[in-house]
Design a protein around this ligand. Sequence first.
Ligand SMILES: CC(C)(COP(=O)(O)OP(=O)(O)OC[C@H]1O[C@@H](n2cnc3c(N)ncnc32)[C@H](O)[C@@H]1OP(=O)(O)O)[C@@H](O)C(=O)NCCC(=O)NCCS
Length: 177
Amino acid sequence: MPTTIETERLLMRPLNTNDVDALYKLDSDPLVMKYLGNRPVSNLDDVNFYLKNILKQYEQYGIGRWAVIEKSTGEMIGWAGLKFMNEVTNGHVDFYDVGYRFRPEFWGKGYATEATNAWIGYAKNQLNVHTLYASAHTENIASQNVLKKCGFIQKSEYQFEMYGENLACYWLELELV
Ligand SMILES: CC(C)(COP(=O)(O)OP(=O)(O)OC[C@H]1O[C@@H](n2cnc3c(N)ncnc32)[C@H](O)[C@@H]1OP(=O)(O)O)[C@@H](O)C(=O)NCCC(=O)NCCS
């Protein structure tokens, strides 16, 4: 696994246990969690559990969601990256999903598009992935815009189960070959 990925305005690096407070700030914000099951975290245990799963992905698959730092301020604005999906999702299994999550004060600057394009390049050039996948809630227009700007094509609508509830999501794909 590389140690950093740099874009014009962002620096991305693997998350680590020192990022717990920054992740709490991100995931406790109701605006951030609006289309992600609407359950902002309310304690550090939840964040630690979630971080542990990301660190496990690094070990198992050599990749996972990474911290995203705004270069001009050095602030961690959220995360972005690939997740290897080993459970059946919309009829697919063992594939790479690209995703992102940023604090609202950093939205609308093109950062998600910039980070996603870097991860598309990584998936293609370093992992030789042929098709990259992504999901977005049907009402999450900003996320759908990011994916479409990056070339993803909306293929279907499905129900993603989260916290025992079904979220209506679009399924998007990007051919990399
Ligand atoms: C989704 C998210 C990462 C987008 O980040 P971002 O850095 O603001 O994205 P970008 O600036 O690269 O692009 C967003 C695009 O959507 C547009 N957009 C933003 N909010 C919108 C809205 N409510 N309705 C329509 N379009 C909207 C922007 O104008 C932009 O498109 P444009 O460049 O054509 O103008 C950010 O909103 C976020 O972190 N949300 C919370 C977590 C989340 O939902 N993650 C995705 C789960 S699928």
